[in-house]
Design a protein around this ligand. Structure first.
Ligand code: UGA
Length: 432
């Protein structure tokens, strides 16, 4: 099939490349000419394991085309995916749909024969109706089907998530569009994944409800972890004990720092905003946002407490600063709150992240990037494991710090407290 992906961000690029790997011809369009130029030279703008090799392979086979010419890409293709960003609007909670509508207004000019126009970007419920209204005005209604097909890719696992989805959601009441999309997705619909055709509004809401539910699960386990700390229970036992109930499920029950990333914080806020518009109070989601914000402060207080409220001139090492491993993404990472706060209170911060130095800390005095784990940890007063990259999982802290009395705050519960105690390392985890 011939596909057009508009937007070469995370969703657009990964989905486009994966679709081309399945044998489709995919035109990836971006208005950013520099980005297209560098993609044509084989440079990948995002950090995603396995993506570069896949791009190169399909580019060579001429199944993957990068262009800034939207008109050309629309003419050449039958299925158009809108994959542009929907960030939070400045000064509010709602999703900013200006990029989506810029694209729709261009499509209005370029569509001349039957096309399926799909929103893959996360858009609030009823956005598809608004898109339809615009395209309908141009007498395009009969030749365009507007579909919602939300994406459930996780950064760092995006290719695997695309190839082995739990479900593919197609929101449309058009029998024709549904038939075509079912055959497009057929190669990845396995026994374990469901293909689900629902209403367009239903598909739009499924995406938000999924992300808000996962955020709720994380905040819930994080709050239970607070109780575990007070009662001497290990949160890992709780996650295992409750997760073994199939009604609950074991995934997304890892306690840790506040959740971050480009999706959960943005989408929970936008869901609240949509609910308000429809005069509904989503009090649970509101509490989740509050709980997650508070968590950043709570863990910063805990750092202070570990250092007996004497953090002035103490050297604190952050191992990992991204919101999760296998990404270079810093968006809404809890380190963005904690590092400046601790630094303001007089701590000297060193950090190491496998994805490299971060501009976010560039202007902070006494916050320094170290080129490897050993230089980051040497003689440090406190080591904080902030992100669970694999290379942080088997460290010899005494050797690294060259200190007998090193202190570890393991925010991802990677290490065994018993083993740490045996090695006489002062160890703090989350909820244990
Ligand atoms: C999330 C969803 O998982 C995807 O399904 C969705 O497609 C995507 O948002 C999106 O809307 O585009 P992502 O933001 O890449 O994916 O990251 P997650 O793996 O979901 O992690 C989000 C945050 O939750 C991270 O800070 C992570 O450390 C935290 N987390 C996750 C926990 O603290 N505990 C857990 O058990 C799981």
């Amino acid at each position: 099939m011939k596909l057009c992906m508009i937007g070469t961000g995370y969703v657009g690029l990964v989905s486009g490349v994966c679709f081309s790997d399945l044998g489709n011809t995919v035109y990836c369009v971006d208005k950013n000419k520099e980005k297209i130029k560098s993609l044509n030279k084989g440079h990948i703008p995002i950090y995603e394991p396995g993506l570069e090799e896949m791009v190169k392979r399909n580019y060579k086979q001429k199944r993957l085309i990068f262009t800034s010419d939207l008109k050309y890409a629309v003419e050449k293709t039958d299925i158009i995916f809108i994959c542009v960003g929907t960030p939070t609007k400045r000064g509010g909670n709602s999703a900013d749909l200006k990029y989506v509508f810029q694209v729709v207004n261009q499509l209005k000019k370029y569509i001349k024969k039957y096309k399926i126009v799909i929103t893959k970007s996360t858009v609030p419920v009823t956005t598809g109706d608004r898109i339809e209204k615009i395209l309908k005005k141009q007498k395009l209604k009969k030749i365009v089907d507007i579909v919602s097909n939300p994406e459930f890719l996780r950064e760092g696992e995006a290719i695997r998530d695309f190839i082995s989805p739990d479900r593919v959601i197609i929101g449309t009441d058009s029998v024709k569009a549904n038939r075509i999309l079912k055959s497009l997705y057929l190669p990845i619909i396995k026994k374990t994944s469901r293909y689900f055709n629902t209403s367009r509004r239903g598909a739009e809401l499924i995406k938000y409800a999924s992300n808000a539910f996962l955020a709720t699960k994380i905040s819930y386990i994080n709050e239970i972890a607070n109780l575990c700390e007070k009662t001497g229970v290990d949160i890992k036992d709780i996650s295992y004990g409750i997760g073994s109930d199939q009604r609950i499920g074991e995934r997304f029950l890892r306690a840790g720092p506040a959740y971050g990333g480009s999706c959960f914080p943005k989408d929970t806020r936008a869901l609240i905003d949509t609910a308000k518009l429809f005069k509904t109070n989503l009090s649970i989601v509101k509490s989740v946002i509050k709980s997650n914000d508070y968590r950043k402060l709570l863990l910063t207080h805990k750092v202070n407490k570990i250092l007996k409220n004497k953090i002035k001139n103490k050297t604190i090492t952050f191992l990992g600063v991204t919101f999760k491993p296998n990404t270079d993404d810093m968006r809404e990472a809890s380190s963005l709150f904690m590092i400046p706060k601790l630094n303001k209170n007089g701590a000297k911060i060193r950090y190491f992240d496998p994805s490299g130095k971060k501009n976010d800390f560039e202007n902070l005095k006494n916050v320094n990037f170290c080129k490897d784990i050993s230089s980051a940890c040497y003689k440090s007063d406190l080591i904080i494991i902030h992100t669970e990259w694999n290379e942080f999982k088997l460290l010899n802290f005494k050797k690294l710090t060259k200190k007998r009395n090193c202190i570890i705050f393991d925010m991802r519960n990677i290490y065994s407290p018993i083993k740490m105690r045996r090695e006489k390392i002062k160890y703090f985890g989350i909820g244990r």
